[in-house]
Ligand binder design. Structure first.
Ligand code: CTP
Ligand code: MG
Length: 238
């Protein structure tokens, strides 16, 4: 597959309510060091230059995130905004329906992973281009993870075998459409790769980045603000 961005689309899911952040507004609209989380996320997508089509999935009835999308000017990229659904898989499906039908590769990205560096988008897209049907960026975990039932620990998976998985996740477009074909099966999925795994299709791991962490709680937002104000951060964003 060529490196032609015209055959690549990115879905940025930004239709969540941000309940755990607790600001009473959609998380993608929350300001972080002078810009909204959506603007930070789109900066990473556009700087990576992997895709000619970007669709941002916004909460139904929202006008502010739509205005942010409309204000983005990039000569080589078509940007659209569409209404999301009541869970993340529904929002991804809405984004998929809004992308041109003839694209080969789709990257699905959480707006909440607002500081994801451009090199992660490039690595994921390159891996799909090389032939992987599904690609997830991941990093080693530093905590020991326990499996529990209630308050009883039932097992301890070997840490060296675990990866914390991030977005953007990249897919052969036909594979992602098949994975999302059954809305009721997809409803409980916490990421898109999981739906591909359920089809029995192998998922490939690519190099993630600690900066691709998800802004979920107020503590994460404080971390994101501190990173954006740190002098060494600028060189990561290339
Ligand atoms: N998302 C979405 N549509 C939904 C739910 C989530 O587009 N119905 C998006 C969010 O906007 C976010 C990403 O999926 O970019 C990951 O979800 P999460 O971190 O859970 O964000 P929220 O759902 O907004 O947060 P919370 O669960 O705390 O309400
Ligand atoms: Mg959520």
């Amino acid at each position: 597959m060529s490196e032609d961005p015209s055959r690549v689309g990115v879905i940025v899911v930004a239709a969540g309510a941000g309940e755990r952040l607790g600001r009473g507004i959609p998380k993608a609209l929350v300001q972080c060091a002078g810009r909204t989380l959506l603007e930070h996320a789109l900066h990473g997508v556009l700087t990576s230059a992997v895709a000619a089509h970007v669709t941002v999935v916004v909460p139904r009835g929202d006008s502010q995130l739509r205005s942010i999308v409309a204000a983005q000017t990039h000569p080589q990229v078509t940007m659209t905004a569409v209404d999301g659904g009541s869970n993340r898989p529904e929002s991804v499906r809405a984004g998929l329906n809004a992308l041109p039908p003839d694209i080969d590769i789709v990257l699905v990205h959480d707006a909440a992973r607002a500081l994801t560096p451009p090199h992660v988008f490039r690595a994921v897209a390159a891996c799909v281009r090389k032939g992987s049907a599904a690609v997830v960026p991941g990093i080693p975990v530093s905590d020991t993870i326990k499996v529990v039932e209630g308050d009883t620990v039932t097992s301890t998976p070997e840490r060296a075998l675990l990866r914390a998985v991030q977005t953007p996740q990249g897919f052969n477009a036909a594979t992602l459409r098949t994975a999302h074909a059954d809305p009721s099966a997809a409803a409980s999925a916490t990421d898109d790769a999981m739906l591909v795994e359920m089809l029995g299709i192998p998922v490939t791991l690519a190099q993630g980045d600690p900066l691709a962490f998800k802004v979920t709680t107020p503590l994460d937002l404080t971390l994101a603000e501190a990173i954006l104000q740190a002098p060494q951060y600028a060189k990561e964003q290339q």
